[in-house]
Write a protein that binds this ligand. Structure first.
Ligand code: PRX
Length: 634
């Protein structure tokens, strides 16, 4: 495992960073040569033109990512657990799947897909719960060179159909149902509804999970267990070009039409392996748990590809943090003696709001590294995570990245580089961030503040939007020509550490002052009674815009007016009177996407006086709260 490309000290990190920027081609040539198996080596390491944009890593190389995630580990790690699967219901048995078993199951699934007509280049949609078959299916697609498009199993029939149609998938894999806490999601019913408007789909493979009754389309539907049982467990890995598509993953866009981000085989493999090992400092005996769903990029990169290519033991959890109670995460940590735990700030905040005894009653002493991802983490949540979960001895890696970046871009390296609360800190080797001012000029001195761009290619970057390269160019490469524009605002402190402040579309200009809604939220969250907050701008006759804050509380406030006054005071104190919210609405929940992001778009509409016409809210985690918020609008 020891590799000169994995930093063990701050000096190592500095050296790697320097090498990766002074001569990126040499750096990635050496890393890719030493750390992976290739069927054929590349002609050039990198060719790029960020104006078009055209990005090609390891041109001419051939590989199969599953040989790097599975086959090459068999001789030494064949009996090591690759995946620990923890079911939704704690009374059901855990599974320990070894590398050998994983390879054989992936091969079976690959042969099953082939027997159903799948071939290299086909797009295959996976609409599945967090069960081992989802991992087998993802890797089986990669094994045969089919392009997987995983759609989170919480999306509505319409969202699923839109994604299937956009990619013209010919096979869909789903399950009779999915367990999530005390609920069963009727996945097959939803898929049936979607497929009624998806003419490209020839076959639908159904895993039996919940034993729910399902409708059956005998021409189209097959049971996973029947086909899988017939399939052989050897399957040669398809030869893929480094720049062949590995997968498509949809992410929301500003226009409402989801963008199918395309990642390719070679660069993505290199990037997820490099970042996983450096950030989490994985050691061979570690048990690593990322709580994300495989339906999101975090699950792709840091439950499956990154950890498996590193020969790690990765825990896959079917359930949710609140079932059967708010201690579930900590029970799983204790049960499996988890060493590295990676979750989202939204989960941390909801756990923080629960009784502390849920955490304190479990043995968390095996934890040595904590991670967060997905949104800026507020100071209070960071401190709670540090103290109550990490017992003040675990480094916290605050990992900033995006679906588009394929893997972690800015983060501390656990125990190797320093962390700083609420800062993602330093860029990964290979990442060259630039902060741009309003005029599009790079701000070179520190401290700095502006829009975050990346000015040089890295191997894991998305190559295009499926079927719409012009939208790709427009969205990411036209605002600051020659640079990848992240859409995020950020600050850099006097030591060069980065703090992501949130989407720049969440900036509100009040009386000519630029205010980051994330910054105001951070201030509001400092109030001890506040659990979460979302701040948006709404039109104001005199100030141009004014601030509207939606908040949820840890428990019911005794006096709402007092609370509002205190919230105004805390904002005034921490940011300045200019940022004071004009309106504060106490809510029982905030509308969130399935990945836990607050849908400020809806709140913006409500704040501006629109109380209906919110567009498709069926993909929200909690659509019911929208009506409540709209009817209580101030
Ligand atoms: O605004 C940033 C925020 O999440 C966005 C990317 O979302 P998505 O593509 O869904 O990927 C999430 C998982 C990688 C970013 O543009 N974001 C992500 N991580 C952080 C973050 N904001 C602050 N700090 C982070 N650590």
């Amino acid at each position: 495992m020891a590799s000169k490309f994995i930093a063990s000290t701050l000096e190592d990190y500095r050296k790697l960073y320097k090498e990766s920027t002074v001569d990126p081609e040499k750096f990635w040539h050496e890393f890719a040569t030493e750390e992976f198996i290739w069927k054929r080596k590349w002609n050039t390491v990198l060719q790029y033109d960020l104006l078009k944009p055209e990005i090609r890593w390891f041109e001419g190389a051939q590989l199969n990512i599953t040989e790097n995630c599975l086959d090459r580990h068999i001789s030494e790690l064949g009996n090591k657990t690759a995946i620990i699967w923890e079911p939704n219901n704690p009374d059901e048995s855990t599974l320990h799947i070894t590398y050998k078993e994983l390879l054989s199951n992936v091969n079976r699934a690959a042969n099953m897909l082939k027997s159903l007509g799948a071939k290299k280049g086909d797009r295959i949609c996976l609409y599945m719960p967090m069960i081992p078959e989802l991992a087998y299916a993802v890797l089986a697609c990669a094994r045969i060179g089919a392009i997987h498009s995983v759609v989170f199993a919480g999306f509505s029939a319409k969202s699923l159909a839109d994604r299937i149609n956009d990619a013209q998938c010919n096979i869909v894999l789903t399950a009779d149902g999915g367990f999530r806490g005390s609920k069963v999601t009727p996945l097959k019913d939803i898929a049936d509804e979607a497929l009624s408007s998806c003419p490209s789909v020839q076959k639908c493979v159904v895993v039996r999970r919940t034993e729910s009754a399902v409708n059956w389309h005998s021409q189209r539907d097959v049971w996973w267990h029947e086909e899988f049982a017939k399939a052989s467990d050897t399957c040669e890995a398809e030869t893929m070009d480094a720049e062949d598509m590995l997968f498509i993953l949809y992410t929301s866009g500003s226009t409402g039409k989801p963008k199918g981000m395309v990642h390719t085989c070679g660069g993505y493999m290199v990037w997820t392996n490099f970042t996983f090992r450096n950030v989490f400092q994985y050691k061979p005996e570690d048990i690593y748990w990322c709580t994300a769903d495989v339906g999101w990029i975090t699950g792709h990169s840091y439950i499956l590809y990154g950890p498996l290519s590193a020969g790690a033991t990765t825990l896959m959890f079917e359930g949710i943090p609140s079932y059967p109670d708010m201690g579930r995460f900590w029970e799983v940590v204790e049960k499996h003696r988890v060493n590295i735990f990676y979750t989202a700030p939204t989960a941390i905040r909801s756990l923080e709001a629960s009784d502390r005894s849920f955490a304190d009653s479990h043995d968390l002493s095996t934890l040595k590294t904590l991670g967060t991802v997905g949104e800026p983490i507020n100071l209070e949540a960071w401190e709670w995570y540090d103290e109550v979960i990490g017992k003040k001895h675990c480094p916290i890696v605050d990992t900033w990245w995006q679906t588009e970046t394929g893997g972690i871009m800015i983060s501390s390296l656990a125990g190797v580089t320093p962390d700083k609360p609420t800062f993602a800190t330093y860029p990964m080797p290979g990442v060259q961030p630039a902060i741009m001012d309003e005029q599009g000029t790079e701000v070179l001195e520190n401290p700095a503040e502006g829009r975050l761009c990346i000015k040089f290619p890295w191997p894991g970057m998305a190559r295009t939007i499926y079927g719409d390269h012009e939208r790709f160019r427009q969205t990411y490469y036209s605002t600051f020509p020659g640079n990848y524009f992240t859409g995020d605002g950020c600050k850099r402190d006097e030591n060069g550490m980065y703090r992501i402040t949130g989407r720049v579309d969440d900036i509100v200009i009040v009386s000519g002052h630029n205010l980051g809604t994330a910054e105001i939220e951070n201030a509001i969250n400092e109030h001890p009674l506040v659990n979460e907050s979302a701040v948006v701008g709404y039109p104001h006759d005199i100030k141009g815009n004014s601030i509207y804050a939606f908040i949820t509380c840890i428990h019911k406030p005794e006096n709402i007016e007092t609370l509002k006054r205190e919230v105004v005071d805390v904002v005034s104190k921490l940011i300045g009177p200019i940022a004071k919210p004009e309106k504060i609405q106490i809510c029982t929940g905030l509308p969130k996407t399935r990945s836990g992001k607050i849908m400020r778009r809806i709140l913006r509409k409500i704040a501006s006086g629109e109380t209906d016409n919110f567009g498709d809210i069926s993909t929200l985690l909690n659509p019911e709260c929208v009506e409540e918020i709209a009817s209580n609008r101030l």
